[in-house]
Write a protein that binds this ligand. Structure first.
Ligand SMILES: [Zn+2]
Length: 274
């Protein structure tokens, strides 16, 4: 099973430029795929959302609200969540034989979490929210070949479950949300950035495997007053996205998503025993 995590992927946003995105079109129109909103019933921030999807635990259970740690009163600590902060949480790969999994760059800590995966970290910068659209698109396009190489290699490795995370859609929304918010004519840069995401999506859906494409939250395109010039406010909303070529029924929220994974792994275990 391939679980391709496209952070912040939002149907309302990619639908605006769907004619440029052949692989996104497959998710919406191909009869092999079902798609739907995946509702974020807890906190539409990246870190607690993925933690809930892969462990069943909410931010209330873990005390982890975002990339940045906070005091009990909500004030910022200026310290990021590290891998050691996740130690008390039992993830789906801890509950099963860990050899069955590869987890590639899941952004639930900094640097992002990886299990059974020793490829170089492609995205080394953590200042994307301070970049403007121009700088961001330059960096994204220059990284795309390394991503391509990385996906090809990961897919060749034998594992039962590949969990692969891509932060690009969320980053694009933060970098270009001025256009989304004010309905300005969509720029060539925004389209170019999304085409890069579409290319990576194509890599995933062209595999002869069970595929789930999933996002942690949606985006309402209001992160910045001006592109990259002021502090971001939360642009996320609760309407994430899910598509799959094998699930007979799609989960509708994060708790159901976790239960679906558990069920799938249990079923595979039984299949192997027989
Ligand atoms: Zn996110």
């Amino acid at each position: 099973m391939i679980i391709a995590c496209f952070d912040g992927m939002t149907e309302n946003i990619f639908n605006n430029i769907i004619e440029y995105l052949p692989n996104h079109q497959v998710l919406l129109n191909d009869s092999n795929y079902k798609h739907s909103i995946l509702y974020n019933e807890n906190l539409p921030h990246t870190v607690p959302s993925w933690i809930q999807i892969f462990s069943g635990k909410t931010y209330k259970d873990t005390g982890i609200y975002d990339f940045e740690k906070r005091n009990r009163d909500g004030s910022r600590l200026n310290e990021y969540v590290k891998r050691k902060d996740l130690q008390g949480i039992e993830f789906i790969w801890d509950k099963s034989n860990q050899n069955r999994f590869i987890v590639y760059n899941l952004w639930i800590c900094i640097p992002p979490l990886r299990i059974n995966c020793h490829y170089p970290l492609i995205w080394t910068q953590w200042d994307v929210l301070k970049k403007n659209g121009e700088e961001f698109i330059f960096e994204l396009c220059s990284e795309i070949n390394s991503y391509k190489w990385c996906i090809d290699t990961l897919l060749k490795m034998r594992c039962e479950v590949l969990i692969w995370h891509c932060l690009f859609p969320d980053q694009i929304h933060h970098a270009f949300s001025y256009e989304e918010k004010y309905n300005k004519p969509i720029s060539d840069k925004f389209i170019k950035a999304y085409k890069a995401v579409d290319f990576l999506l194509g890599k995933m859906i062209k595999q002869n495997d069970d595929v789930v494409i999933v996002s942690d939250h949606g985006d309402c395109g209001a992160a910045f007053e001006e592109i990259g010039l002021v502090e971001p406010i939360c642009a996320h909303n609760r309407d994430g996205f899910i598509a799959s070529n094998f699930l007979s029924e799609l989960p509708s929220n994060h708790s159901e998503m976790y239960l679906m994974f558990e069920k799938y792994l249990m079923k595979e275990k039984i299949k192997r025993r027989n």
